[in-house]
Design a protein around this ligand. Sequence first.
Ligand code: FDA
Length: 307
Amino acid sequence: MDMLIKNIMLAMANNKRLTDYIAAKGMKLGFARRFVAGEELDDALKVVVDANRKGILASLDHLGENVSDAKEALKAAEYYHAMLDVIRTQNIQSSISVKLTQLGLDISEATCRKYIEGVVQMAASHGQVVEIDMEDSSYTERTISIFKGLHRQFDNLRLCIQAYLYRSEKDVNDLLAIGARIRLCKGAYNEPKEVAFPSKEDVDANYKKLARRLLEARCYPAIATHDEAMIEHIRRCLKELRVDQSEFEFQMLYGVRRDLQDGLRKEGFNLRVYIPYGAQWCPYFMRRLAERPANTWFVLKNLILER
Ligand code: FDA
């Protein structure tokens, strides 16, 4: 049943008419605020300042994906430039997280390369970090190729790799060989069994294996998970490999397991929270619902009561 709900939610995340309808309802009802900081940069900045006050780093994501119009892609890139300026002038501790389809990857690789390069260059000149999210598997090869091109010129980058993909072990090895920085997550999209492990057990096993390799490589990885079993595994690896707390960071999503976030920070672990905001929040929100069917019932109840 849970798997069915998950698949339905992920399919719905790709239905623009539906996500527009939910977006119109969601912020009014306020339920989307559980995972999305708000529609405006000011909303998100308040959350970042609050996190920074507790010693938690942030990564700001101005939500948007699958842009098919070059003007929109340019607007998204310009928006990120303005955001980097605000982060610098307000002196807040935040990287930015970017999806390449927001910067025109669906239009052409050349368009996307041009826009992401401008963003990374500006971030580099301010001493800021750009984290590149990983989207569904139809984009993996192109995302890695663009990342590698950027990595040859800049060192203020981190790329997300998804443990559910069979190819990720090789990708991690290749990326480590060139000294790239990696954020390891499990993966949030609906992938066929030809490309991704279908069972949670296998995804978790691969996550553990790749996390250990990243810690061993001492490349300041980002361990992005809320899974206590993965966190226990990391604690074991730290002991066995004699890796210090300061040699990596945990990353978690805004609104997910705040108790765990506060606990890890109090123990002295580096922690970064991914803070998404913006009007195009619905596909992101649906992926968060898909991760936990109990969230879906809560939203449906709100929608039904509203009518
Ligand atoms: P898992 O799904 O097993 O969840 C473990 C526990 O965490 C659950 O039992 C529950 O307690 C809690 N939990 C997890 N999700 C929840 C939710 N939505 N609501 C409430 N509780 C929840 N994916 C991707 O494909 N590309 C990307 O670029 C990124 N980027 C990214 C950045 C960061 C900082 C994080 C933390 C995650 C991502 N992800 C991602 C998402 C990732 O792939 C994955 O879908 C989620 O992190 C959930 O997986 P967990 O590792 O938390 O484990």
